[in-house]
Every structure is written in C-alpha cells, then in structure tokens.
Ligand binder design. Structure first.
Ligand code: ZN
Ligand code: ZN
Length: 323
C-alpha cells in the first residue's frame, strides 16, 4: 500500500513519516494557539483581551487596514475550524461521541480515575486523570488537537487521512508564518515608467517594493525585482529616493513602520494603531494595485496614511513626554 500523502510505503493510508509529521504538528498546536492569542491580545491591549477560546473580530475594520492582530485572530479561528471539522468527522467515523481526552460526561456515575473528588468539574492541570466535563464546555484548540493526536492512528486508517494531514500541516505552516513574518524593508513604489497617463505624463509602475532581508549579512538585499513589471532595481538607489521624498508619500501601516524604522525613528506598532483608532491619524486613501484610491474599492484594500502626518504626531508626542 502507498501513503496517500507522499506516495511512500505504508500499511495504512499514511506512511510512518507522515504520521510522525502529523503527530508533531498536533503536538505543537496548543503552543501555536497560545502564541496567536498573545499576538492578538497584545494589539488589543486597550480593549478587553479575548479568552483563550474565542477571538472576536474587531469592529472598526473600516477605519484600519488589515492589521497583524486581525491576521493572528483569523489564523486562530481557521486553526480551530480545521481541528473541529476533523474531530467531528473522525468521531463520526469511529462511532464515538467527541469528548476531550480524559473527560467524562457530567452525569457520569462512578469514581473518576485517579481519585479526584467525584463532583470535580474543574480540571487541575497538575493532576492527570479523568474529569467531569462542565455544562458550558466549549472545545478549545488544545483539547481538539490532543484528541486528534490520541486518535491519529484511526485517522491514518481512514480514507481522508492525507486530506486531513495536509490541511493540518497547511494551517500550522500558515500560523508559523504569521508568528515569524520574514523581515523585509520597504523601498517605496516601483519607479519603472510603464507608459503615459491621460495628460501625456510618464506613468510609473508604482507597485510597492520590499527588499528581502539577508540574514547572513544582516542587511537588506542589494537588489529587488518588481513582481509586476519584472524590472530589477538597486535597493540603495530606491532607498535614497524614497527617503529624500518620504514626506510626500502615503503608505500602509506596514510600510510606515518599515520606513520609520529605517529612518531611525521607530514607532511601536501598538502606538500607531492607537492613533488610527483614536482618529488622530486619518486614512489618506486606500491602496489598490499599487495605486491610491480615495475610497475603498474592495474590503481587503489597506488604508494609507501620510508619513509627514505620522512624523508630526511623533514629534508632538516626544515634546509632551519630555516637557
Ligand atoms: Zn507519507
Ligand atoms: Zn514595477
């Protein structure tokens, strides 16, 4: 028999390697979920942080661009949805009612193993053993992944094994990307002239350019290729240009943070989001295909803000804290 995920030799639908990978993903999931919750809560320190079970979407979407915390929140919810679905499917398939590992129903009669008081519905992490599930229990990510891990051989035995393993692997990878975004440097809009506008002036490609970070040498890559017009640019030239004219630019929060960092005037992400939330910095438009539009054409279009305005606010803030 062949592994339905990698094609390797297997006795069930997944080979030993793929089961090991699934096992390691499932083991890391509670940790991943905690980090995502932290990432979400950190950005929302002013509002009430969510419990570990639910991350509620922020309501002020219209004002702010897609911030990091929203991405963390969305990824958390996606992770939970994926696990819920496979728990449900697998429980159906093997014909059991889904309960967290070691849980017994509330009306369970008889002593719990080991000797935890029989009326105990609280879980005591230091004491392993059975516990009565509380009336208001909502499956959390740790319980879902633990259950799947205990039943991973049942999963490997089912026809959907490869599908499940793929999906779980994909969402874990995505979470790691969210938690450890690659470092990169904003180099401004692409200056390649791609044609002429209605008034016969040169029209630039204008796609935002980001140089990769060269970890080995600890500086930005020397060249960056625009994915839109395919032109290669020298990063130093681009940076010289953008920093000389930076104050005329409007940019997204991500771009702002990168430029300010490079200018040696770093501003904490949380401060910037707070200013946006409080309306002290207002969107100058929305980014769509490298252009700035006065209104948001589609939901995902990020808002852009004036660098000069943000720098002004930073200077003001500085004065207040010093004086
Ligand atoms: Zn395999
Ligand atoms: Zn370009």
């Amino acid at each position: 028999m062949q592994c339905t995920k990698c094609g390797g030799r297997a006795t069930v639908y997944l080979c030993r390697e793929c089961i090991r990978e699934l096992d390691s993903n499932l083991e890391q999931i509670p940790w991943i979920a905690d980090r995502l919750t932290e990432a979400y809560a950190k950005q929302n320190a002013l509002s009430t942080p969510p419990g570990p079970r639910h991350i509620v979407e922020a309501e002020d979407d219209e004002q702010s661009p897609m911030p990091y915390d929203r991405v963390a929140g969305d990824t958390y919810n996606e992770l939970r949805t994926v696990l819920m679905r496979w728990c449900r499917d697998l429980a159906d398939l093997i014909g059991v009612e889904w309960l967290p590992v070691d849980a017994v129903p509330l009306d369970f009669i008889g002593p719990l193993r080991p000797m935890i008081p029989a009326n105990n519905t609280e879980r005591i992490p230091e004491i392993p053993g059975q516990f009565r599930i509380s009336r208001h229990y909502i499956p959390d990510i740790a319980d879902l992944s633990r259950w799947l891990n205990v039943h991973r051989l049942d999963l490997a035995n089912s026809e959907d094994a490869a599908f499940a393993a793929h999906e779980i692997d994909r969402v874990c990878r995505k979470a790691f990307r969210v938690l450890n975004p690659p470092k990169r440097v904003y180099c401004g809009p692409c200056p390649t002239v791609v044609g002429k506008d209605a008034r016969n002036r040169p029209l630039e490609c204008a796609q935002g350019l980001w140089a990769d970070w060269d970890d080995d040498n600890d500086h930005a890559a020397t060249h960056v290729e625009c994915w839109k017009c395919r032109k290669r640019h020298n990063v130093d030239e681009l940076k010289k240009h953008i920093y000389a004219h930076a104050d005329h630019f409007s940019m997204t929060v991500e771009e702002l943070l990168s430029v300010l960092d490079n200018l040696g005037e770093p501003v904490p992400q949380s401060t910037l989001y707070r200013w946006i939330k409080e309306g002290r910095v207002r969107p100058r438009g929305y980014q769509r295909d490298g252009r700035i539009t006065p209104t948001r054409l589609r939901r995902g279009d990020p808002a852009v803000f004036s660098l000069a305005e943000v720098r002004g606010l930073m200077a003001q803030n500085e004065k207040q804290t010093v004086g």
